[in-house]
Design a protein around this ligand. Structure first.
Ligand code: GAR
Length: 215
C-alpha cells in the first residue's frame, strides 16, 4: 500500500477527512506520519488518537527557511512516503524542498486558483464580489499556492454570506476533493509529467466538482 506523510499547522480537518476515508475503506493508503511546525496544532492530537505517528518540528528554532526545510525533509524521508500531502501547512517552502518532492507533493488551497493565492481567501472573495468561489488541489511548485491543478470544487457566493459561512461551504468541498486527489495518486491514476497533470480517472470521477447549491 502507498505511504503518505501529511503536513499540518493547525486544526487538521483536511487531515481528518483523509483519515476518515482511509478508515471507511475508500482510500487505500498507509498514513505513516503527521508532522506539524506548531506544537499546539489541534490536528496533532487527532492524528495521535488515530494511532498515527506524529512529529513536531519547531520552525522558530532554525536559523532560516532552508535549515528548517532540510530538517523537515530529513524527517519526512525517514518515513519513505510515496506522496507528501500539505493539509493546511502554513509555511512557504524553499525551492530545494519543492524540487526534492517534485511530482509527489500536493497542496489544497481555499480558492479557485489562480485567484486568491495567499491568506484570507474568503474575505478577499467577498470583497471582490465574485459569484463563484471554491478550492483547488494542485501539485506544488516553488511559487506559493501555484502549480498544476488536479481537481477544483466550485461553490456559489450567496447574498448575505460572511467569511464564516463562505469558508464553511468551501471546507465541505475540500473534504471531498482532497481524499479524491490522494486516491487517484495512490491508485496510480494521477501523475505529473513535464509539469502537466496526467489523470486517468473514469468519467464517474470528474476533476471538477460543482456544489449542489449552484444548480
Ligand atoms: C484549509 O482551508 C486549507 O485549504 C488552507 O488552510 C485550511 C486548513 O484547514 N490551506 C491554505 O490556505 C494553504 N495556502 P484544516 O487544518 O482544517 O485542514
Amino acid at each position: 500500500m502507498k505511504r503518505i506523510v501529511i503536513l499540518i499547522s493547525g486544526r487538521g480537518s483536511n487531515m481528518e477527512a483523509l483519515i476518515a476515508a482511509r478508515d471507511a475503506g475508500t482510500l487505500p493508503v498507509n498514513i505513516v506520519a503527521v508532522i506539524s511546525n506548531r506544537v499546539d496544532a489541534k490536528g496533532l492530537e487527532t492524528a495521535a488518537k488515530s494511532g498515527i505517528t506524529t512529529h513536531f518540528i519547531n520552525h522558530t528554532a532554525f536559523a532560516g527557511r532552508e535549515a528548517f526545510d532540510a530538517r523537515l525533509a530529513q524527517c519526512i524521508d525517514e518515513f519513505q512516503p510515496d506522496l507528501v500531502v500539505l493539509a493546511g501547512f502554513m509555511r512557504i517552502l524553499s525551492d530545494g524542498f519543492v524540487r526534492h518532492y517534485e511530482g509527489r507533493l500536493i497542496n489544497i488551497h481555499p480558492s479557485l486558483l489562480p485567484s486568491f493565492p495567499g491568506l484570507h481567501t474568503h474575505q478577499r472573495a467577498l470583497e471582490e464580489g465574485v459569484r463563484i468561489h471554491g478550492c483547488t488541489v494542485h501539485f506544488v511548485t516553488p511559487t506559493l499556492d501555484h502549480g498544476p491543478v488536479i481537481i477544483q470544487a466550485a461553490v456559489p457566493v450567496l447574498d448575505g454570506d460572511d467569511e464564516a459561512s463562505l469558508s464553511a461551504r468551501v471546507l465541505r468541498q475540500e473534504h471531498i476533493v482532497y481524499p479524491q486527489a490522494v486516491r487517484w495518486f495512490v491508485e496510480g491514476k494521477l501523475r505529473l509529467e513535464n509539469g502537466c497533470v496526467r489523470l486517468a480517472a473514469d468519467q464517474a470521477e470528474p476533476p471538477v466538482l460543482i456544489a449542489p447549491e449552484i444548480r
